[in-house]
Design a protein around this ligand. Sequence first.
Ligand SMILES: [Zn+2]
Length: 318
Amino acid sequence: MDSNQTQHTASKCDLCGGSTFEEISNRDRRDEELFTGVCTGCGLVAHIPVPSEEEVSAYYAEQYRRDYHGESTPSQRRIMRAWKNGERILKQLFPRLNKEMKVFEIGAGIGCTVKAFELQGFDASGIEPNKDFNAFTREQLKASVENRNLYDLPAEPTYDLVLLIHVIEHFSSPTRALTQIHNLIKEDGFFYVECPNLAAPFATYDRLFHYAHIYNFTPATLIALAKKCGFELVSQFTDESHPDIHMLFRKVDEKSLDVSPAEAERSKAAVHRYNNLTYHLRPAYLGRRIVKLFSYLQEFIFARAFVKGLLKFCNKKK
Ligand SMILES: [Zn+2]
């Protein structure tokens, strides 16, 4: 170990229970102070210290107030983007599903993914802790999304598929969240998760960390966490170089902790893999930027007509 390495023993690791974190960054993406560490026991990357559930809730309440100034309708571009994302998820999972399945999304946002599943014939619903867009979701999109907290739901096996899209990195304890999700899923049911991929990585080192992402997963640490909470990997839809992890798990009875200190070295290597130049010159990055630019242009031109048509359709359905 380097002599200038800073070690922290303040928080207990949410994955392995270890208490030694090696500091890997002390700045966030806006160059403000934020301590990030890697657990030397399992490679999990997290804030030091990890904020409590209450601190996380207070942060979101404040952030939404700042970002949306009490607006109750999401922008048309935001709706169109969320809708296309929901359709992509549906298409990705469709071959594994049957329409008898009860689908439930945790952190459903505007509700577009829930609605996309419902329109395909699934019994689909969800919860979203933020209230701001809830009236829009229910009254205009007509999606079944309740303003409830995950931990307030009765811990009974109710759903065949639970979706967690870019939410797991925001929990104060992903172990607590996945344990509750395990309770909510029927025997042999599925759990589908998407989150940023630290192993890709999804940004250059100086832009990697920010307060809202309490945890930064690699495919290995995400699989270890799922296994610990009673899930086995069924399918991985994105490869190691993709900026997002997309994984489908199945609920199993066995819960086992399968971690290795060697993962800490892999997590550290991943964080430092790209500098600004090599990051932006990756062929995969350039390809994705071009696709993204086109989709921004498309959103700019078509969002208004798209959302108008979508809402008309959703309102006719019920
Ligand atoms: Zn750990």
